[in-house]
Design a protein around this ligand. Structure first.
Ligand SMILES: [Zn+2]
Length: 334
C-alpha cells in the first residue's frame, strides 16, 4: 500500500530507478538502487490482450512497485523497460514485437514518457539482460562482451568498450536471425527461412525430437513422450541426452555445433573478452555448453590458433537480469 506519510519517503534522489521486464504473458517490475540491488519487486501474470490494457497494466505496475518500496514516481531518476521486440529509437515507435504485435504503431516512447512523468527508456529484452549482467552479473568488469540468450528464441546483446552497441536505429544484435547454413527451410517469425534461431533454439530442438519419433527412430524420447511424437519437448530431448540416448544426443550436439558456428562468427567480428550465455537453456549446463564451446573454438581461427581465449560463461542473474538491466538503462551505468 502507498504510504501517506511523505516524511517516511526517501528524499528525492537520483539513486532509484524502476526496471520493467515485459513478456508476452507476464510483467515484472522492480525498484532498484544505484548499486543494482532490488529493493522491491512484483510480478503480474495476466496476459495483455490489447495496447490500452498493456499501457494500463504497465503504468499500474510502475506505480504499485514504487509505492510498495515506500517512494513516489518523482523520487525516481527514470524507468527502464525491456520488451520482447524493438522500439525504433529514431522514430520512438515499437516496430517489431511478435509477442506484442498489437502494440505496434500504437505505443510510442513519447506517450509513455508523458504518462509516467519521469524519463523512460526502452530497449529489447536481450539488450537489457546484457546490461544487467555487465552491471552486476557474469559480465561485471568486462568492457567488451557479448551476451547470448538461449531459450524459445535466440537473443544477443553486444557491449563494445563498455557501451551497449545499439546500431543506428537501436536494432543491433539480431544474432538469432542470421542464416549460417541452409536447413529444412523452416520459416522464422521474422519471415526468413533457416535463421539460426529456427535451427538451434528450444522449439527447434523439440521439433527435431518430434521428427525423430515420428520417423520411427529407436529412442528414449518415444517413452518419455508416451509414444506420441507431438509430446516431445525441449526438456525431454535434454533429459534423454543426459541419459545417453544417441538420438537425443545427436540433436543436442547438432544444435550446439550450429550455435558454436554462430559464436565463432561473433568472436571473429567483435573479439569479445567473454560471451555470457543466458536464457532457460543454460540450465542444461555443460551438456549444451560443451558442444557450443568446441564448435566455437574449431571454427574461429583466432581461438583455434591460440591468439585469443574467449570465456563462455553462464549468466548469473537468471530471471532478474531483465529488471536489473532495465534499471541500468535508466541509470546509464554501462
Ligand atoms: Zn528469423
Amino acid at each position: 500500500m502507498r504510504k501517506k506519510d511523505r516524511a517516511a519517503h526517501p528524499p528525492a534522489s537520483p539513486a532509484l530507478a524502476v526496471g520493467v521486464d515485459m513478456g508476452g504473458t507476464n510483467l515484472r517490475a522492480a525498484v532498484i538502487d544505484s548499486t543494482g540491488q532490488i529493493l522491491h519487486h512484483l510480478r503480474l501474470t495476466s496476459p495483455i490482450v490489447d495496447p490500452l490494457m498493456g499501457r494500463q497494466v504497465l503504468l499500474q505496475a510502475i506505480q504499485e512497485v514504487t509505492a510498495q518500496a515506500g517512494c513516489q514516481l518523482a523520487d525516481l531518476c527514470g524507468v527502464g523497460i525491456g520488451i520482447p521486440g524493438w522500439m525504433d529509437r529514431v522514430r520512438g515507435e515499437l516496430v517489431f514485437a511478435p509477442k506484442m504485435a498489437h502494440w505496434q504503431g500504437v505505443v510510442t516512447l513519447d506517450a509513455l514518457r508523458q504518462e509516467i512523468g519521469v524519463p523512460v527508456y526502452v530497449d529489447s529484452d536481450p539488450n537489457v539482460a546484457t546490461l544487467g549482467e555487465v552491471w552486476v552479473g557474469a559480465g561485471k568488469g568486462s568492457r567488451n562482451l557479448i551476451m547470448v540468450t538461449l531459450g524459445t528464441g535466440l537473443g544477443c546483446g553486444i557491449v563494445v568498450e563498455g557501451q551497449l552497441y545499439a546500431g543506428h536505429h537501436g536494432m543491433s544484435g539480431e544474432f538469432g536471425h542470421i542464416v549460417l547454413a541452409e536447413g529444412e527451410g523452416f520459416v522464422c517469425d521474422c519471415g526468413v527461412a533457416d535463421c539460426l534461431e529456427t535451427q538451434t533454439a528450444g522449439p527447434a530442438i523439440a521439433r527435431s525430437g518430434q521428427q525423430a519419433v515420428a520417423a520411427g527412430e529407436q529412442t528414449l524420447l518415444r517413452d518419455l513422450a508416451g509414444g506420441q511424437a507431438q509430446n516431445v519437448t525441449t526438456a525431454s530431448v535434454f533429459a534423454a541426452a543426459a541419459q545417453g540416448d544417441p538420438v537425443a544426443s545427436r540433436i543436442v550436439q547438432r544444435a550446439g555445433q550450429r550455435l558454436g558456428s554462430g559464436f565463432a562468427t561473433l568472436v571473429s567480428l567483435f573479439e569479445p573478452e567473454k560471451i555470457v550465455v543466458g536464457g532457460g537453456m543454460i540450465d542444461l549446463g555443460e551438456l549444451f555448453l560443451a558442444p557450443i564451446r568446441r564448435s566455437m573454438s574449431e571454427r574461429c581461427y583466432l581461438i583455434a590458433r591460440g591468439y585469443v581465449n574467449v570465456e563462455l560463461v553462464p549468466a548469473l542473474l537468471g530471471d532478474r537480469a531483465g529488471v536489473i538491466g532495465a534499471a541500468a538503462l535508466a541509470f546509464k551505468s554501462v
